[in-house]
Design a protein around this ligand. Structure first.
Ligand code: GAP
Length: 533
């Protein structure tokens, strides 16, 4: 662990700004949460593998989302459960999908290359740092949210000016605002001389591939960059086969792929990741009300994962940030260690209007209009004119979309749980809310004799069908507890010398390290209570 790592005082939560990402990434590797993909071949930038514990953590979040979206969705404004169905669509779809959705033409980031270091940057993330004077100064660059590169840029400036510049001596200008004739005075973040950055070029983020044996432009297809379009393609199928009525939602969890220009911050921005998206279809005149509903509902849901309230905020998008399809968008943001004291995106809730269904209607020539019979009857009863009745009962639905990253949620729970504690042998423990912990309980014999292993094994066998529990008889008990602290197991049950006499075992609590005794017959009920939401 880093020398200066602060320790959580008692049981108080530590602010993310005090957590070290390097230490967290090392723990994830050491304890089987996340490994670099194809590590034995030197890895592949932007790709990660989820180890046994990372997979369990990811599945726990995935199941919780599915339960609260599809199986037991929230109550709507009228107090009745809203209606949402599930879907699992193909990763590769007809390429016309991505022309209609706007991804072929518009899903790109501006990138610049450094001709000296051969490194590539997102132009919209480069900030130029210069001395705050009226003269024509050499200007240096660093990547936003990256204190190290800002410090390097500042050192170059100090050296140039032979002085230690204070913060109010410095000015920051976005690279996108620089004029082409000024590129010659900009240093690239890792370059040694100015003028090595190229002009920004638009770079499409979709991975393409070939379907079938012949590689040609006619057979080109794309790996989906979002799960959402698979939902729009099946909107009509679901309406025709599932007896759903407006308003309703279609939910999907699955892999998405983006050839990100600068994948970074561990699994925060990767090139292969998982999304949890729900498209909520509703009448156009009710869309704003539902936008507001889903915005607050999603924030409520994130809090059920045990995330500190002060680490979550809403951030409304400015008009100039809105994606091509969106009328309004708000992000749920989390205070990651690498953004603190600021926040970074976790989920976007977007008002997509009727953009997607209209686009697919135009490109596929399939009618996406919905006939809303209850609204027709209501309008008739209210004595509306024929035109008015038509207008309210025949429409292309509007869509409200809560779209989040499953793998980004894994990162949030890892950051949130990571708790350095110098006082315990492991020096750190993962304080997951028990429901999300990859292992719910360790079951141990204190020593490997006197009938203890048999009793502990019998307890393990009775619990394993219901809960992810682990039996372990190796090493000293302290070492077993230390390992469980590091992987975030909330409880350890130990069969000891007293068990034979009174059928009780000790239960050790991860967060307080306190121990109490419970009767073996009560262990299952104990776990059920602690793992309830
Ligand atoms: N269908 C809308 C859509 O895909 P988005 O904001 O591009 O919207 C939704 O993505 C969520 O997916 C983000 O809030 C983030 O959690 C996750 N996400 C997007 N790109 C990602 C990446 N490269 N790596 C990990 N997660 C990503």
């Amino acid at each position: 662990m880093s020398d200066a790592t602060p320790t959580a005082p008692g049981n108080a939560p530590l602010d993310p700004s005090q957590k070290s990402m390097d230490d967290l990434v090392a723990l994830c590797k050491r304890r089987g949460f996340v490994y670099p993909a194809s590590e034995i071949y030197g890895g592949l930038n932007g790709f990660w593998d989820y180890g046994p514990l990372g997979t369990a953590l990811k599945n726990n979040i995935r199941d919780h989302w599915w339960k609260h979206m599809v199986e037991c969705p929230p109550l709507g404004p009228d107090g009745q459960p809203v209606s949402i169905v599930g879907l699992d669509s193909s990763i590769i779809q007809n390429p016309k999908t991505w022309e209609a959705s706007g991804h072929v033409g518009g899903f790109s980031d501006p990138m610049v290359d450094c001709t000296e270091t051969k490194k590539r940057y997102r132009a919209d993330q480069l900030i130029c740092l210069g001395r705050n004077t009226e003269d024509n100064e050499p200007v240096f660059t660093y990547v936003e949210h990256d204190d190290k590169s800002e410090a390097t840029a500042k050192k170059k400036l100090d050296k140039q000016w032979k002085t230690k510049l204070e913060d109010n001596d410095l000015c920051r200008v976005s690279f996108m605002e620089m004029k082409p004739e000024e590129y010659g005075i900009i240093y690239s973040p890792e370059g040694s001389k100015p003028g090595t950055l190229t002009e920004p070029r638009e770079f499409n983020l979709m991975f393409d591939t070939t379907v079938g044996a012949i590689k040609s432009d006619d057979n080109k297809a794309y790996l989906r960059p979002e799960t959402a379009q698979g939902i729009f393609l099946n909107y009509k199928n679901v309406v025709d086969t599932m007896r759903v009525k407006m308003p309703f939602g279609i939910a999907q969890i699955g892999k998405s792929f983006r050839n990100e220009v600068t994948p970074r911050n561990f699994i925060f921005r990767s090139r292969e990741f998982e999304q949890m998206e729900m498209e909520w279809f509703c009448a156009p005149d009710e869309a704003l009300q539902w936008y507001d509903f889903w915005k607050h509902e999603r924030m409520r849901w994130w809090k059920t994962l045990g995330i500190e309230e002060s680490n979550l905020i809403f951030r409304d998008h400015d008009d100039n940030e809105l994606a091509h399809y969106s009328n309004a968008c708000v992000d749920v943001e989390y205070k990651y260690p690498f953004t603190a004291p600021g926040y970074g995106e976790l989920e976007g809730v977007a008002h997509r209007g009727c953009f997607d269904l209209t686009q697919h209607q135009t490109h596929s020539k399939t009618k996406m209009e919905y006939f809303d019979q209850p609204r027709q009857l209501a309008a008739k009863e209210a004595g509306k004119s024929k035109e008015e009745i038509n207008e309210v009962s025949k429409y292309i639905p509007n869509v409200i979309e809560p779209a989040s990253g499953l793998t980004r949620a894994v990162l949030v729970l890892l950051c949130e749980a990571y708790t350095p504690d110098e006082s315990r042998p492991s020096k750190v423990y993962m304080k997951f809310k028990p429901k999300f912990a990859p292992v719910k309980a360790g079951i141990y014999p204190l020593v490997n004799k006197d009938g203890m292993p048999e009793k502990a094994m019998s307890l393990y066998m009775s619990l394993r069908e219901k809960y992810a529990v682990e039996y372990d008889a190796k090493q000293a008990i302290g070492k077993r507890y230390a390992r469980m602290d590091e992987i975030g197991t909330p409880f350890c049950f130990t069969v000891d010398g007293d068990t034979a006499a009174d059928d009780s075992v000790t239960v050790r609590h991860r967060d307080t390290q306190e121990q109490e005794r419970v009767n073996i017959s009560q262990v299952e009920a104990f776990l059920a209570e602690k793992l309830a939401e």
